[in-house]
Design a protein around this ligand. Sequence first.
Ligand code: GLN
Length: 536
Amino acid sequence: MTETKYIFVTGGVVSSLGKGIVSASLGKLLQARGYNVTIQKFDPYINIDPGTLNPYEHGECYVTVDGHEADLDLGHYERFLNIPTTRANNITTGRIYQNVINKERKGDYLGKTVQVVPHITDEIKRNVKLLGSKNQFDFVITEIGGTVGDIESLPFIESVRQLRWELGQNALCVHLTYVPYIAAAKEVKTKPTQHSVKQLQELGIQPDVLVLRTERMLSNEIRRKVALFCNVAESAVVQSVDASTIYEVPLMLQQQGMDSIVLRKMGMEVGETPEMKPWREFLDKKSNAKDSVRIALVGKYVELQDAYKSISESLMHAATYNNHKLDLRYVHSEKVTAENVASLLDGMDGVVIAPGFGQRGVEGKFIALKYCRENNLPTFGICLGMQSMVIEYARDVLGLKDANSTEMNVKTPYKVIDLMEEQKSVTNLGGSMRLGSYDCKLFKNSLAYEAYGKELIQERHRHRFEFNNEYREQFEENGMRCVGINPETGLVEVVEVPSLKWYVGVQFHPEYNSTVLKPNPIFMSFMKAAIDNKKG
Ligand code: GLN
């Protein structure tokens, strides 16, 4: 193998332009050419990881196989590339500083003054090269969070400048900017792009490729103008116009030859343009589906749909592979009452009860679950959703009045969901949950076993509380079976009510493990049940 190539993706003008999608799309195109690609994200905030952030701040917290709580862009990377990410794929300013400060305390800097340049920038560069140095990747794509010009991202930008200097042709910079349409003038405007490129140039970086985010198709004239003002070849100015699905972006970029531009600039052979057949087949399936399946997602962060990004994507993958369009309705769990639940869930083909933390909105989940159970709706509980299934069942079927999780009520008379011994002494909330991939043994004659088609599976976790095994027998005797168990600890990972059509709760998060080319089996099974239910 030749040396690893490094591609940096920066963003200008405004945030939320979809740097993650552009990075994932470019990664996909290079991967389709047979290269090993990984994508990494640097986040300029001080938190060590996003695990302690509430979803209103940065949307969903994603979890890697090795148990790192990560930015949701890693979810896009995995869904596009179909390869797992790890702790090395998401690094914050907080972690960079923590590493440097730890080294300083150990005396590693031998009496030197520790400074942003070179010590912080060296640590950033070390983390970029770490992924390449194992020589397992042909391309490392590094997405720099934030917008160029932010105070916070300066050390990252400075590190990119140094790396470009050190690596020569083995490094390349893609800059994503915005070209707004001014309705009153009936014109698109390139000035914000010009300014943001200038800002990048002032920081010592000349972008090689520009990706212009736009709501309307841009003319060649506009691209020529941007090229002229920004010192970029006209062919290297590509546009990313609003698409009906993010999964179209790789094809849009391929059509403009973005991957070949990158290869050429890095002195690599271009070769034939890959067909991307399975990818196109997925998109065809998605656009050709005529019928839709209506799913309710009951959770408390419904105002902010990024909070459930991986769940909505997993549902969409599963609906597509079942030849249906996904009609997803968000139901605010705080607003569900015994009086309105029927009207809220009426006409749904299936219901998902979302993960979450804390008391707020949880009673609404219980009400929704009672309705689903009594009306035999396909119902899928994920993490807190599974715990809620257990609690509602305990209260209503087992007759354990006020049963609860000790997360919600430490004084509950029936702790059907409780903290494990090792969690009781935890005082630091960061990174201390049961995190990452764990084995789960599925029992035959269960929906879960049928879905996965095997006994031993691995799924990712992110929770502190667990099903309390002291109640297991009582649940089993009353029709709720524990059908998935952690083989090492005996912890319950999956529950089902076999007398109902499809009533399954999983303690893990299968949504972190569903990709465009490999939908998650348990989501597929739920979706099939919802579609069958709809057909009556
Ligand atoms: N709050 C619950 C726990 O900590 C569930 C967490 C979740 O849904 N991710 O166990």
